[in-house]
Design a protein around this ligand. Structure first.
Ligand code: SF4
Length: 343
């Protein structure tokens, strides 16, 4: 997928970088503030904002909305890195610092939700890149998106590592009063040293758990996606216990473990990081991920069992038995479909 598929008719702005983007509707901006130093924003007017997920039968959702591409949270392992290559952008530092902003996302979503062809299905957000990354502090797309979903009583879920979600607490409460709203915060581990190097642009794990605490205090159920569990770095029984205990203390309604997977794009970047920070683990990773992007089933089952046992021990569970929660999970790294379409 290329820029011409993401963009609509010209909005009157001159080409930002036609050689790179092949489109005439990209506006490139930088902001000289400490928060955004080194980041380039590419503003586009998307043609559509709701995407159908490829292979949705394996996912707990079929439709997604993503107002951004690329993510300044800069997690080394991020599975979405590959998607930047579909835009002819770099999947390493480029993914962290070249952020595509669909500036018309709220108005487009409101229009699509009002279409007679839309049947009000669940929409998942934060499944490709984080919709509460730093850019959202400036572009403020999520308030308009949540307001549109609220006004159409359209069920939705959000997965995030961003504390910025609390800015929209009132809107989330309003939406939760009229439709099903599922929030999940991603906290794979609580080890601060690991966090600083492998998730350098994210709020600290304890700040993310504060988000869970605050949402719960305001009556909004919030689960934790314990992702990723990083082999040999965050999978020690004591580390798993510390994480699940902290998750339980935050008031999370569920904890769902997910072992690190290393698809192309993420694999190269993570392996380089591993070689720099933990060179003694490179061979072990080569063996563990010898079959491809996923750790062996036996390893995944072991982690899942350990986390479920700990969750039971610490009393984590749904507050409303019988009510299924939709836990947003990362979607498959496939080119963003353009016309069904939705993210
Ligand atoms: S917050 Fe999520 S989308 Fe952003 S870099 Fe980290 S894993 Fe990727």
């Amino acid at each position: 997928m290329r820029w011409e598929n993401l963009t609509a008719e010209s909005d009157g702005n001159p080409p930002a970088n036609p050689a790179l983007f092949g489109a005439d509707t990209v506006t490139t901006r930088t902001f000289d503030t400490p928060e955004f130093r080194g980041i380039t924003f590419h503003e586009i007017r998307a043609r559509s904002i709701v995407n159908r997920v490829p292979g949705a039968s394996r996912m707990p959702f079929e439709w997604t909305v993503n107002p951004y591409r690329g993510c300044s949270h800069a997690c080394v392992y991020c599975f979405a890195r590959k998607t930047h290559s579909y835009l002819d952008l770099d999947t390493g530092l480029g993914f962290d610092s070249q952020i595509v902003v669909k500036v018309n996302a709220p108005e487009l979503l409101r229009r699509q939700l009002g279409s007679r062809r839309w049947s009000g299905e669940h929409i998942a957000m934060g499944t490709n890149v984080d919709c509460y990354q730093r850019a959202e502090g400036r572009y403020r797309l999520m308030p308009g998106i949540i307001a549109a979903l609220r006004d159409h009583a359209n069920p939705f879920s959000i997965l995030t590592k961003g504390t910025l979600i609390l800015r929209d607490l009132d809107l989330l409460k309003q939406a939760a009063a009229v439709t099903e709203v599922g929030i999940s915060v991603s906290v794979g581990f609580t080890d601060r040293e690991l966090w600083r190097t492998v998730e350098p642009g994210t709020p600290a794990p304890e700040r993310r758990l504060d988000v869970v605490r605050t949402l719960s205090a305001h009556g909004i159920d919030c689960g934790v996606l314990m992702a990723p569990v990083i082999p040999f770095l965050s999978d020690d029984p004591a580390q798993l216990r510390a994480t699940v205990r902290a998750v339980a203390a935050s008031g999370a309604t569920s904890v769902t473990p997910l072992v690190l997977h290393l698809r192309p794009g993420a694999r190269e970047w993570f392996t380089a990081w591993l070689g720099h920070h933990h060179p003694h683990l490179v061979r072990r990773y080569e063996r563990l991920y010898a079959e491809g992007a996923y750790a062996p089933k036996w390893y995944q089952r072991r982690i899942t069992r350990q986390v479920h046992e700990l969750a039971e021990e610490y009393g984590i569970g749904p507050t409303r038995p019988g009510l299924p929660r939709r836990i947003p999970l990362p979607e498959p790294a496939a080119p963003e479909p353009t016309q069904l379409t939705l993210l």
